[in-house]
Design a protein around this ligand. Structure first.
Ligand code: AMP
Length: 190
């Protein structure tokens, strides 16, 4: 089974790799950032609440994220899934663990893409000019990176400690194709 989680700071390339691997394995790519950005188009109260949180670089509530992800997993993930951007907090990790065990399911691979902040900043600014994302502005990048350090790193550490057998560190400074190759090798080997 291919139940996969991608971790990594904003701009490390986890979305790019998750998309490539999703096409390769033909399993759904669940990017919580993409799902939330689609919700912004609804123009209702929830959308304006989400916009103000996301454009400041802060995290959306666990309650909203947990219900979005469990709903998507229920519909789409019977033959595997790739989680990109979730879980990002310890509460989300606990929720996911419970959800998976209640459904007799589990994680098979965890890829943690690492990249230094100085490289991240440049990559995000480049993406900002290409995709015009509101949260890719210089002043918001630091908040997003701090959210990663203060919340999400604790989650990836927990998984690294508890799931060391399926936890793979990936160097995000390599070329996109090289990183894909490395991930493919790991998927093939095991
Ligand atoms: P991303 O595209 O993954 O960088 O996500 C963009 C923004 O969506 C983040 O800065 C958060 O505001 C929000 N977001 C995405 N995933 C989560 C999550 N798992 N928990 C909380 N907020 C999230």
């Amino acid at each position: 089974m291919f139940n996969i989680i991608f971790f990594g700071p904003p701009g490390a390339g986890k979305g790019t790799q998750a998309k490539i691997i999703s096409n390769l394995l033909n399993v759904p790519h669940l990017s919580t950032g993409d799902i939330l950005r689609k919700k912004l188009l609804d123009k209702d109260d929830l959308a304006s609440e989400l916009r103000s949180i996301m454009s400041s670089g802060n995290l959306v509530s666990d309650e909203i994220l947990n219900s979005i992800v469990s709903a998507r997993l229920k519909i789409e993930a019977n033959g595997g899934f790739i989680l990109d951007g979730y879980p990002r907090t310890l509460d989300q990790a606990k929720y996911l663990d419970n959800y998976l065990s209640e459904n007799s399911n589990s994680i098979d691979y965890i890829f943690n893409i690492n990249l230094d902040f100085k490289f991240l900043k440049n990559r995000i600014l480049k993406r900002s000019s290409e995709e015009s994302r509101e949260d890719d502005k210089i002043d918001v990048i630091e908040t997003r990176y701090n959210e990663y350090i203060n919340s999400t790193k604790k989650v990836s550490k927990l998984y690294k400690d508890n799931y060391s057998r399926i936890f793979y560190e990936i160097d995000g400074s390599s070329k996109i194709e090289e990183i894909t190759q490395k991930i493919k090798q790991i998927l093939k080997k095991t």
